[in-house]
Design a protein around this ligand. Structure first.
Ligand code: ZN
Length: 320
């Protein structure tokens, strides 16, 4: 049974045909339009393209936003035009296939549990915290093997936990949110602060920051750190510290067995993950007297959302 997973991102709509083993057999993509009906047409377009080439029987959509508990309506998505829109029904009607919606971090977490970093051989972890480090933080929580969505379908919004009182301002309106200190965006903010304090500490990055019209990117900071640039390394060390601190905060509430770090920044995990583990062990309550969560990187990369959404579509279809 083949299903389609669609990752509806702020810049592109990526779709894939996925089989029961989580293998992506074919893909299609389109740019994300800014208007709601145009966005729906773009999604229907990529689904139709794949359905013309494969016998698919259901569709799952993954997106960063608040979805109602029945998984049919998008309440709010910061980078997409939908506000209280019955997206699942609209797309289902137009492509004549059953459609389910899921938060993208939930979809990626589920994919990692079924097919990736948390799948293991026989010893599948049951309490898993998934953290995607990208522009911000996407988070998902599996408790006893099931996605935890909270009473209103919006949990867990961990990126906006306040880790620094009166800290860096966040677009959400608060200050000191975790993702302001631990994300690709945070790497850049930290670097800019370090450069302002001492531009001579990294002539390379100082020059790059001046030349780039749109500013330096988190990826460039990571590359500089990998090449041994002192400020790039300090920015990474800061990220590692805040990753450990934040994970300790969350672990005090949920005591996960396994933490999976995904998102674009996880590609640079060799530069920060060991440090983050140390910070975590130091800060988590009673760290010397309890088993510590294993912390590892995601295995499915940016296809996790597509694979997870397709898997949810398969589950929904087999329940019918
Ligand atoms: Zn915030």
């Amino acid at each position: 049974m083949l299903t389609v997973g669609v990752d509806v991102g702020g810049t592109s709509v990526r779709a894939g045909v996925v089989d029961a083993d989580g293998t992506v057999l074919d893909t299609a993509r389109a740019a994300t339009p800014g208007q709601d009906t145009a966005l729906e047409s773009a999604i229907v377009g990529v689904i139709a393209e794949l359905a013309a080439r494969h016998p698919v029987c259901a569709v799952g959509l993954a997106l960063a936003g608040f979805v109602t508990p029945d998984r049919r309506v998008v309440r709010f998505a910061p980078h997409l035009p939908w506000r209280g829109v019955p997206v699942a029904d609209r797309i289902a009607e137009r492509c004549a296939l059953p459609v389910v919606i899921e938060h993208d971090a939930n979809a990626a977490a589920l994919a990692e549990r079924r097919f990736g970093a948390a799948s293991g051989s026989g010893a599948r972890a049951r309490s898993i915290l998934f953290i995607a480090l990208g522009t911000g933080i996407g988070a998902a929580l599996l408790i006893d093997g099931r996605l935890y969505r909270g009473a209103h379908g919006v949990a867990p919004e961990l990126g906006h936990l306040r880790v620094v009182p009166d800290g860096r301002p966040c677009p959400c309106g608060k200050r000191g949110c975790w993702e302001r200190y631990c994300s690709g965006t945070a790497l850049v903010t930290t670097l800019v602060e370090l450069l302002a304090a001492d531009p001579s500490a990294s002539p390379t990055l100082a020059r790059m920051a001046k030349l780039e019209a749109r500013g330096i990117t988190g990826r460039q900071v990571a590359t500089a750190a990998r090449d041994g640039d002192p400020l790039g390394r300090r920015a990474m060390a800061e990220l590692a510290r805040w990753l450990g601190e934040g994970l300790a905060l969350v672990a005090d509430v949920y005591d996960p067995e396994l933490v999976v770090i995904g998102g674009g920044v996880s590609g640079s995990a060799t530069l920060f993950l060991d440090d983050a583990r140390e910070h975590y062990a130091r800060v988590v309550t009673g760290g010397q007297h309890r088993p510590l969560a294993r912390i590892r990187t995601a295995q499915l990369g940016e296809e996790g959302g597509v694979i997870g959404a397709a898997e949810l579509a398969r589950e929904a279809r087999s329940r019918r």
